[in-house]
Design a protein around this ligand. Structure first.
Ligand code: MTE
Ligand code: MO
Length: 394
């Protein structure tokens, strides 16, 4: 896979010399000059700059380069700026001119048609803030930045489908991207476009949009210009970029990204026997990560994010201590977005392990890393276990 998630083991431990451990703010961590606004922020908090203490384990530089994965320590806004959004392209990243592009709606519909971008933009505009997570996120110890929370705008998919008039036999909505690659299927080498499907029932969810804008800007090329699917509640893979065709079909679609790759293989116990199940990666799971540890004078705090469900509570544990409730911040009460959280910490010198767990409105708890459900899973998709991160305090 071109994004490089599946190939090598990408754990990386960079011991950081003690003197370098305390880095002043995200800007300095990114190697940038401290801007006047940062100084202003420092003034507001009584001359003290909030300092970020880096995690012992650093993001993998290869992943950062190929996929622009998020460095949590540098994130300081609830909406992820486009410059900090990770991206994935299994068949590269096609560059499409708006004038060469159109969206086709066909298959089992009464009124097939094509749309220009201008025609789509005439439709009622719908916005959604959505935390989009790659289902491979967390599947490797150093891949924890495959997630972003952005504001998308576009036209409602359900309306476009209703206008096209889906026929009775149409049960499956297939989304094709402009990107294509060679695949080998039982001895045949064929060129296929990236494609994913939703059942008609799932596709009619009024929250799903055909998006032309992110954070107030036209889609950047890497994020699917000129148009993509944004399907809140679904893992990244369902959010087809560079969308060119929507096709209604009368049976389940079994393309590579539905039924061959992006399959969760798991051993399930049935009456003492083991049954190996394969399921297509679909809806997002409850998740959380400790994002950064900060110091302001002598006061330490642990900050993080939780998503993938209607999050009502997040708990944090340091080393072998008790679980403590964190304070929820921006994003709570919206199940489509991540919730930021924070917990004060009486830190002592030495290396410490920090772990978080999210809990949703139905009382579901993010599974522990050694939960049998995760241990018995063989493919790395949907790895939402509690994440332990180490930090060294001076
Ligand atoms: N056409 C197309 N759409 C795609 C992909 C792709 O390779 N081609 N990758 C998917 C995957 S695996 C993810 S995680 C999301 C990532 O969205 P982003 O690149 O905007 O972050 O796009 C999805 N949509
Ligand atoms: Mo993904």
């Amino acid at each position: 896979m071109k994004s490089g998630m599946s190939s090598e083991t990408i754990v990386q431990q960079n011991p950081i010399p003690r003197r370098q451990v305390l880095i002043q703010g995200g800007a300095a961590a990114a190697g940038l000059a401290i801007l006047p606004t940062d100084i202003f922020r420092g003034w507001l908090s009584g001359f003290e700059q909030e300092a970020v203490i880096p995690w012992v384990q650093r993001p993998h530089p290869g992943l950062t380069e190929r996929m622009n994965i998020l460095n949590w320590e540098e994130l300081d806004s609830w909406i992820t700026p486009v410059s900090q959004m990770f991206h994935v392209g299994h068949y590269g990243s096609p560059v499409i001119a708006e004038s060469d592009w159109s969206l086709e709606i066909g298959g089992l519909v009464d009124r097939p048609r094509t749309f220009s971008l201008a025609q789509l933009r005439e439709r009622p505009r719908q916005e959604v803030v959505f935390t989009l997570e790659c289902s491979g996120n967390r599947g490797r110890p150093s891949f924890i930045g495959g997630v972003h929370n952005a504001r998308w705008a576009g036209a409602r998919l359900a309306d476009v489908l209703s206008d096209a008039g889906v026929q009775d036999e149409g049960i499956e909505v297939v989304f094709f991207g402009a990107d294509e690659g060679e695949e080998e299927i039982r001895g045949n080498t064929v060129t296929q476009n990236f494609a994913r499907s939703l059942s008609l029932e799932d596709a009619m969810d009024p929250g799903i949009i055909l998006a032309w804008e992110v954070n107030g800007e036209p889609l950047p090329n890497a994020h699917g210009f000129p148009l993509r699917v944004i399907a809140p509640g679904w893992y990244g893979i369902a959010n087809v970029k560079w969308l060119t065709r929507i096709e209604l079909r009368d049976r389940r679609f079994m393309g590579k990204f539905m039924a061959r790759d992006y399959v969760t293989l798991r051993a399930e116990a049935r009456d003492g026997a083991t049954v190996w199940t394969e399921t297509s990666v679909g809806r997002v799971n409850i998740n959380s990560v400790p994002a950064k540890v900060t110091r302001n004078g002598d006061a330490y705090a642990i900050h993080g994010a939780a998503w993938g469900a209607d999050i009502v509570r997040v708990e944090v544990r340091v080393d072998d201590g008790a679980w403590r409730a964190a304070t929820l911040g921006e994003g709570q009460s919206d199940p489509d977005t991540w919730t930021f959280w924070r917990a004060d910490w009486d830190a002592t010198p030495g290396e410490h392990t920090i772990v978080s767990r999210a809990i949703d409105a139905d009382g579901n708890v993010q599974p522990a890393a050694d939960d049998p459900m995760l241990v018995n899973k063989r493919t790395y998709w949907e790895s939402n276990g509690q994440l332990s991160r180490a930090v060294l305090i001076d």
